[in-house]
Design a protein. Structure first.
Lengths: 116, 108
């Protein structure tokens, strides 16, 4: 089955670090860039950045540049989204997505809650 | 950054009615890079229309997209109960890629 499977819900405190994951299977993992998107509670979708599975190059939205890091482990067909210092404002649902002309394949989402 | 403005914010309609959703861009968008998504509560978005007017695999014919330049439209020709959801337009034409704020189609 073609799918992206994300890691489970996280509850963290401000200042802590976090890495969430997105594992692809059932398709050629290196074909398309994989993006991360944020959806804050009750809000719309925001593109955070993307990574090319072929050469691991990255591209970030200016809104997220420097606050998150996107990385990849090709051997495990897994992409990661990492924070070194979480803020309460990072509380959101995070999705990974991929595709050619559009994001046709989405992960199920990872809910991250940052609260003291 | 290309700002996408969707209107209306909420559309209250009855099943069977026609829904017309608008997406206006702050600058010209390559039509081949304009996408519409549907999102239901608790679910990831799914693509409906790509390239402004091409239906994605498995999407019913009642969904259609049109437009060019700065004005794009998603039309649902006859609302089915499962169509009540939030709809987003999104552009890949200029980085950073951006979404509209969404239109909620609710049951009247």
């Amino acid at each position: 089955e073609v799918q992206l499977v994300q890691s489970g819900e996280e509850v963290k405190k401000p200042g802590e670090s976090l890495r969430i994951s997105c594992k692809g299977s059932g398709y050629s993992f290196t074909t398309y860039w994989i993006s991360w998107l944020r959806q804050m509670p009750g809000k719309g979708l925001e593109w955070m950045g993307r990574i090319a599975p072929g050469d691991s190059s990255t591209d970030y939205s200016p809104s997220f540049q420097g606050h998150v890091t996107i990385s990849i482990d090709k051997s495990f067909t897994t992409v990661y989204l990492q924070w070194n210092t979480l803020k309460a404002s990072d509380t959101a649902m995070y999705y990974c997505a991929t595709g050619g002309s559009a994001w046709t394949l989405w992960g199920q989402g990872t809910l991250v809650t940052v609260s003291s | 950054e290309i700002v996408l403005t969707q209107s209306p914010g909420t559309l209250s309609l009855s099943p069977g009615e026609r829904a017309t959703l608008s997406c206006r861009a702050s600058q010209s968008v390559d039509s081949s890079r304009l996408v519409w998504y549907q999102q239901k509560p608790g679910q990831a978005p799914r693509v409906l229309i790509y390239g402004a007017s091409s239906r994605a695999t498995g999407i019913p014919e009642r969904f259609s997209g049109s437009g060019s330049g700065t004005d794009f439209t998603l039309t649902i020709s006859g609302l089915e109960p499962e169509d009540f959801a939030v709809y987003y337009c999104q552009q890949f034409s200029g980085s950073p890629w951006t979404f509209g704020q969404g239109t909620k189609v609710e049951i009247k």
